[in-house]
Each structure stands twice: as C-alpha cells, then as structure tokens.
Design a protein around this ligand. Structure first.
Ligand code: DX5
Ligand code: ZN
Length: 221
C-alpha cells in the first residue's frame, strides 16, 4: 500500500475551508485530518463539533480523519455524526476505558484508532491491536501545529512498527506532528502508512497546494 495523505485542516486557510476541502478532494487525497481539542486535555481549542460535522458537506471521496484531543471523547460522537467512512482517533491518555470507546466507534461503522502522546510508552498499544484500524503516533505534544518533532520520535516509530509486525495484526501507523518534507521519507521507511501533513509540508509556504500534494506522494510512495 502506498503512503496515504491526511492534510491537517487546522493548518489550512481557515477563511476558505469549503474550497480547500473541495481542492483536496479533487486532488484525490484520501483523508482530511480534523483536530478537535477541548482546552482541557490540551490547552487549545480548534473546531467545535458542529464544524466537524459540517466538514462532510463538500466531501465526495475524501474521508474524515478525526483526531479527538479531549477527555471522555465519546461524549462528542453524536454531535460529530461519527459514522461510515470516518477514521477516528482517541487518546489513550484521555479515556477512562479506551476499549469501550473504541468499540463505540466501531459500532458506528467508523474505523477506530488509538492515539499515543510522546511520553506514553509505545508498547502500551499492545493491548489494543485486536481492536484498532490504526495507531496514531504523536511526534509532537498534542495541541498545536508548527511544533518541532519530539526527540526520539523516529525510534518510537520503528519500535511501533516492530511491535505491530510481531503481533501479525494488519494495523496501520499514522504519524502526526512536524511531518516535514525532510522527515516524511524516513517516516515511510520506518513503517508509517498515513501522514498528517501540516505547516511543515503541504501547508507550508513552499509550494502551491496541488504541487505540494504531488511532491508529498512522491516522497512516501
Ligand atoms: C497537533 C495536531 C497536528 C497538527 C500538525 O496537536 O494533532 O495534526 O495539526 O501540524 P504540524 O504538521 O504543523 O505539526
Ligand atoms: Zn492531529
């Protein structure tokens, strides 16, 4: 499987989101990465649940990749209209019982994913490999775009790939945080499958969006 792209919409032109999503859709991008923050689990707020729901309006083929950085994430699923086609990541660190939350996502027809922050040991995910579509490996501390990668993230990525491969489960790895032009190729080599592209690549100022998307795919094929 070639690398899949999930541009981070919090890094997009927030005053032209409808056009931005239509453009990504027309470029054949697989996912739109939607960061939802509660200002408790992380000290920031991005989009409310109504916006997360409305992001579906312009979508034809592109799918929602919803990254919920919030305590008790299940409280927001109805308002976001979580359902078929959605990929939904909840933080291990933010759930009382992540197994129940992941089952809830699955029962809604969506793809359940477990996210781990940089200070959470990678082998934590072993308990979830039977019930997730992907592991979202944070390579920055969640909450803000534009941060540098946390030291040691590349080795954590290789360790995560090894753990998943040894389990024999078909679980994908999504990387999120400073997935830059310089880092994305190495991340692919170390086993990443889905790339959250934000301010340090697709939404950087180096290339127009269509050229940036094409360049990204060439680096992670
Ligand atoms: C941060 C978010 C990321 C962020 C990525 O908490 O989860 O998705 O938007 O932005 P960059 O690529 O600038 O780190
Ligand atoms: Zn994210």
């Amino acid at each position: 499987m070639a690398g899949l792209l999930s541009p981070s919409v919090m890094c997009a032109d927030l005053l032209h989101l409808y056009d931005e999503i239509e453009k990504l859709d027309s470029l054949g991008v697989e996912y739109l990465h939607i960061d939802f923050m509660d200002n408790k689990f992380v000290p920031n707020i991005t989009f409310d649940t109504n916006m997360v729901k409305c992001f579906k309006k312009p979508m034809k083929n592109i799918k929602r990749d919803i990254h919920i950085m919030a305590f008790k994430p299940e409280q927001f699923f109805d308002a976001m209209e979580i359902g078929e086609g959605d990929m939904v990541s909840v933080h291990y660190e933010a759930c009382n019982d992540a197994h129940t939350v992941l089952e809830d996502i699955k029962n809604r027809g969506a793809l359940p994913c477990i996210a781990i922050s940089p200070d959470t040991p990678v082998d934590t995910v072993k308990a979830f490999l039977d019930e997730v579509y992907a592991v979202l490996l944070m390579t920055v501390y969640p909450g803000f775009a534009g941060q540098p990668m946390v030291e040691g993230s590349m080795d954590r990525l290789s360790e995560l790939r090894r753990i998943i491969d040894e389990s024999g489960k078909d679980v994908k790895i999504e990387v999120d945080g400073h997935v830059s032009w310089d880092h994305c190729g190495e991340m692919r080599e170390r086993g990443a499958d889905i790339f959250v592209a934000g301010s340090s690549s697709v939404y950087g100022k180096d290339y127009p969006l269509d050229e940036a998307v094409e360049r990204f795919y060439s680096l992670v094929e």
